[in-house]
Design a protein around this ligand. Structure first.
Ligand code: FE2
Length: 428
């Protein structure tokens, strides 16, 4: 265990959470974001509600003075990487600056998240990085309205994998640890993070989902408080906290109740995620120069490329589908293709949000079967599908990195290529 890991392990053991000094550039981004959030929050409620919450993103107002039944007294803005403002309204300069700085933060914080995840993995002896990708990040900007309640956020364990508290305008955050409530102490040059219930599950109870709450102080009673929190959902973990079995987590778990829990008991709080993957095919087509055929779809920006392929029609076999897709997208006939092989395992990719197909089925992701071909025809045969494919390109293995720019696309594609065309690597 290296020095940094031992330091973090010690923090997790003694405090329940870890503390990091801000990397300078991230700190600037967080401070800028806080400034922009406060400006955003200062706009009229009517304006803010143009950006109202949908698909797990946007503005949400829970104001006791408007809705006396609300337990919370705060407004929040939730945002993920792919967020777009939509609807028939004109975003203000303030909205645009705020959303832009949220996106900057989501971009910049990823490296830090990878680092702490590596540490968690080392402590737990489990690769925690396998349980999420970039789309798992949600940033939540919270403005607690002035409130005289002692507990302004009721005690709870977060349902995700990891939580990062990036900024708090005043203290009040508390952790339940070693049998009592302790103030969470960090200065403005630091941020704190802790494991949540999914990390406890994934680590077989080596890591503990931290129970925490927010209490008021004189400052927050008078002026309220602002907070920036980043959540990492273990979106690839095939299990999730079960609302069906246990109800809301803040009611299901008393402070500290999960800390000493054996894994066999924690399992009762979880259920298997039922995910639906749309089956599809991907075609790795190589020419006589050992280059691979990539396509730029009309729906992509012009510098983003992908491997040709698509979803299965009805009960069609994967083999029928792959020849059909190549014919439709590229005009290449079966006679001009020599099958090299089929990858042993399919690749499952999660969509950023559930996609509804024409038949009304909501899919969580796609499951791709990879086929390898040698192209034996000539480029003059290639006829691109109108309105679907903008252009195509032959690209060598070592140059793929300039074209496969989506999240894990490069790594996933390289893996599949090496399985079917292992010699490409030796030529580098
Ligand atoms: Fe929380």
């Amino acid at each position: 265990m290296n020095k940094n890991t031992s330091k973090i392990k010690k923090e997790l053991d003694t405090l329940g959470y870890g503390i990091v000094d801000y990397p300078e550039s991230l700190k600037n981004t967080v401070f800028k974001l806080m400034e922009n959030f406060q400006s955003f929050s200062g706009q009229s409620l009517e304006h803010k509600q143009n950006l109202s919450y949908q698909n797990s993103m946007g503005y949400e107002n829970r104001d006791k003075t408007i809705n006396p039944e609300s337990v919370d007294h705060k407004e929040s803005f939730y945002i993920k990487a792919g967020y777009e403002m939509h609807g028939a309204f004109l975003p203000s300069k303030i909205d645009k600056a705020f959303v832009a700085s949220c996106k900057n933060l989501l971009d910049e914080a990823f490296e830090l998240i990878i680092n702490t995840t590596d540490t968690f993995s080392e402590i737990a002896g489990v690769d925690m990085g396998q349980y999420f990708d970039r789309s798992a990040l949600t940033l939540r900007a919270i403005h607690y309205y002035p409130d005289s309640n002692t507990e302004i956020a009721h005690h709870h364990v977060d349902r995700g994998g990891q939580t990062y508290h990036l900024f708090e305008t005043t203290d009040g955050l508390e952790a339940y640890w070693q049998g009592k409530w302790n103030k969470i102490i960090f200065n403005q040059n630091q941020l704190i993070y802790f494991p949540c219930i999914q990390a406890q599950y994934a680590s077989k109870c080596v890591l503990k989902g931290l129970c925490h709450r927010v209490v008021s102080n004189n400052d927050s009673i008078q002026h309220g408080r602002y907070s920036l929190v980043l959540f990492v959902d273990y979106n690839k973990l095939p299990y999730k906290y079960s609302m069906n079995k246990k109800g809301p987590i803040e009611k299901a778990l008393m402070p500290g109740q999960n800390y000493a829990m054996p894994f066999s008991e924690l399992e009762n709080y979880f259920e298997e995620k039922k995910q639906l993957f749309r089956k599809g095919v991907s075609a790795l087509i190589m020419n006589d120069k050992n280059e691979f055929l990539l396509v730029n779809l009309e729906t992509f920006k012009t510098h983003f490329f992908a491997i040709p392929g698509g979803g299965l029609d009805g009960n069609e076999s994967t083999e029928d589908a792959v020849y059909r897709e190549i014919q439709e997208e590229l005009g290449i006939a079966r006679q001009s293709l020599e099958l090299v092989g089929v990858c042993k395992e399919s690749l499952k990719l999660l969509f950023k949000k559930k996609k509804l197909q024409r038949n009304g089925v909501g899919y969580d992701g796609s499951e791709r079967y990879f086929f390898g071909f040698k192209f034996t025809g000539s480029d003059s045969e290639i006829k691109l599908q109108e309105d679907e494919i903008r252009s195509y390109k032959w690209v060598s293995y070592e140059n793929l990195k300039g074209y496969l720019l989506f999240d894990d696309q490069l790594k996933d594609t390289q893996e599949k290529i090496l399985e079917l065309f292992p010699f490409v690597n030796e030529n580098i």
